[in-house]
Design a protein around this ligand. Sequence first.
Ligand SMILES: N[C@@H](CCC(=O)N[C@@H](CS)C(=O)NCC(=O)O)C(=O)O
Length: 224
Amino acid sequence: MLTLHYAPDNASLIVRLALEAAGAPYTTRLVDRGARTQRGAAYRRLNPAGRIPALETPDGPVFETGAILLWLAERHPGLGPDAQEPQRGAWLSWLFFVSNTLHADMRALFYPEDYAPAGAAQAHHALTARRLAHHLALINAHAPIAPHRPGGLEFYLACCLRWGALYPQGGTGWFDLKATPALAGLARALDGHPAALAAARAEGLGPTPFSAPSPAVPPEGSAT
Ligand SMILES: N[C@@H](CCC(=O)N[C@@H](CS)C(=O)NCC(=O)O)C(=O)O
């Protein structure tokens, strides 16, 4: 049995989507962001970096969204190409790009206080937004996206699109889904995917969580 440590609409959503799509049995444990539980000693035994998500597995805890997706894909066919398949190299390349470049820059946008002095917040936001738009254009043009056979890469991207449209409040003017038609198609296709419907129910994500997202209204916990 797997246990996903999650908060609504956090990066744990990506893992929830993958677990649902794989049909893997799992339970969830809410991380209370209001109480900063992710920074406490007990949670840091699962993820020393103090970030959400963490997945408890029979092999011990696994953290970092990209690593969790890879760990799951190695055990559940359909979440990504097998090691021997010719598509594996491109899939890994883009999975890592999304994890270490796109997602990392999204964190810079969402947590500016960790990245820039207060006096430079506006310039920091503008530069980060410009980098993000460039990353999305690259992904749109080159990534092997399979909207109708989604796996780890697609779920990761769809959540990044959702967050780009929603966060930070008042700072989403740079984001334009129409500018990346392949990604827009992915968002539309995933809105109705059974894994998305299950995740939307669990985390209160609304009817079009990726193509036209609204702020989460979760039945338990909070996104921030
Ligand atoms: N590199 C990490 C980033 C995860 C991350 O940014 N998690 C956010 C929630 S979406 C978090 O834990 N935020 C609370 C905090 O930083 O204290 C991953 O891929 O898992």
